[in-house]
Design a protein around this ligand. Structure first.
Ligand code: ADP
Ligand code: MG
Ligand code: MG
Length: 350
């Protein structure tokens, strides 16, 4: 009897072992595939750094070219670059799709002489801050107020929804890719605030459209900053703060400390306007992120997880988190959501 019951138990266990092992194998395989998928997209996101930084300072490399080429000079630009059509215009620059040795490039020209200083500052910043976060500089002609940069056919971040709605790219319109863009955007703010040259404030940012127009959407759906004309330096050690321009700012988009604080009875006077620092950029992060996250399946869940940090961004300047803290939180939320997307399959199946 004892033997029989022992055998029965073994039988029962043997019957269970194989399906369980099989199920575990399937679960492992599914997880492996999902992990592969997410890490593929995630890691390819970082790879452009390497590509971008392969050339030393003062040199560039374009897609089809093998070698690093020195930034083009006035003469080379005049000789070798051909303007094709206008693709953009802001207050400072008029931008033309152009051709250089069968490559599409972007040629920017000063719109009016009054803005020479902004143009030159923007060029100086472009030269100094070249990195994976900044549009690639290909050449310039300082005397003629001409800058040559890599051309990005999708244009500025303003076009994001339009592009992601095209049948060709609809499959990329996911919370995941959109969240990566938001992380890309916060990474740029982080880079500007902690740059090797000091803390810069993205001042050309008085409304959402304006902010978006300063960034470009690359063909592999990353984001780079393009317009560095209005980028004052905050020197906290020297107690130097900044002001974004000399005129009165209004509206809810700009940070409260950028508004005239003395009411309507007293008219605005630049000399009486208190200066502020890079935390105006932090105030604007939730609005930009909201746009980038858009309205797709899962983007509200991302918003839910970012709720607290976004609330903190809207506090008084001293209470706002640094770009480092915001970026850390964004990355944590991404990791959490990826884990949650992968893990439920495990839970459901076991
Ligand atoms: P401004 O300093 O006058 O504001 P920007 O540098 O912001 O000029 O450029 C104006 C617009 O031109 C951008 O918002 C974008 O739409 C377009 N643009 C600028 N550079 C490029 C580029 N490299 N590739 C594609 N479009 C560009
Ligand atoms: Mg601009
Ligand atoms: Mg500008």
């Amino acid at each position: 009897m004892e033997k029989k019951s022992y055998d029965g138990k073994t039988d029962h266990m043997q019957k269970l072992i194989f399906p369980t092992l099989f199920l575990l194998l399937v679960v492992l395989l599914v997880n492996l595939l999902l992990y592969q998928y997410f890490s593929d997209v995630y890691f390819s996101y970082g790879q452009t750094n390497v590509e971008h930084n392969l050339c030393p300072h003062g040199y560039f490399r374009l897609g089809t070219l093998k070698n690093c080429t020195p930034w083009l000079s006035c003469e080379a630009i005049k000789r070798e670059v051909r303007k094709l059509k206008r693709v953009g215009e802001g207050a400072v620059k008029r931008v033309f799709l152009s051709e250089w040795k069968e490559n599409k490039v972007a040629l920017s020209q000063l719109t009016m002489p009054e803005l020479q200083e902004d143009f030159t500052h923007g060029l100086h910043m472009l030269k100094s801050l070249q990195s994976k976060y900044v549009v690639k500089l290909l050449g310039y002609c300082e005397e003629e107020f001409v800058v040559l940069t890599e051309y990005h056919p999708f244009g500025s971040l303003k076009n994001l929804n339009e592009i992601l709605n095209l049948p060709k790219y609809k499959h990329l319109n996911t919370w995941y890719n959109r969240f990566l863009l938001a992380i890309g955007y916060v990474s740029i703010i982080h880079y500007l605030h902690y740059s090797p040259l000091g803390t810069f404030v993205m001042c050309d940012s008085n409304d959402l459209d304006k902010v978006l127009s300063q960034y470009l959407l690359t063909s592999n759906f990353h984001v780079v900053v393009n317009d560095l004309d209005a980028l004052p330096l905050v020197n906290k050690d020297a107690g130097e703060l900044i002001k974004c321009g000399h005129r009165e700012l209004q509206g809810e988009f700009v940070a409260p400390e950028q508004l005239w604080p003395y009411g309507e009875e007293t008219s605005f006077e630049d000399s009486l306007m208190p200066p502020y620092d890079e935390r105006t950029d932090i105030w604007k992060i939730p609005d930009v992120s909201n746009f980038l996250l858009g309205d797709v399946d899962g983007s509200d869940l991302v918003r839910f997880h970012l709720f607290d940090i976004h609330l903190a961004c809207k506090k008084s300047p001293a209470e706002r988190p640094s770009a480092q803290i915001v970026l850390d939180k964004y990355r944590k939320v991404l990791a959490l959501l990826v884990r949650e997307t992968v893990m439920p399959s495990t839970r459901d199946m076991l």
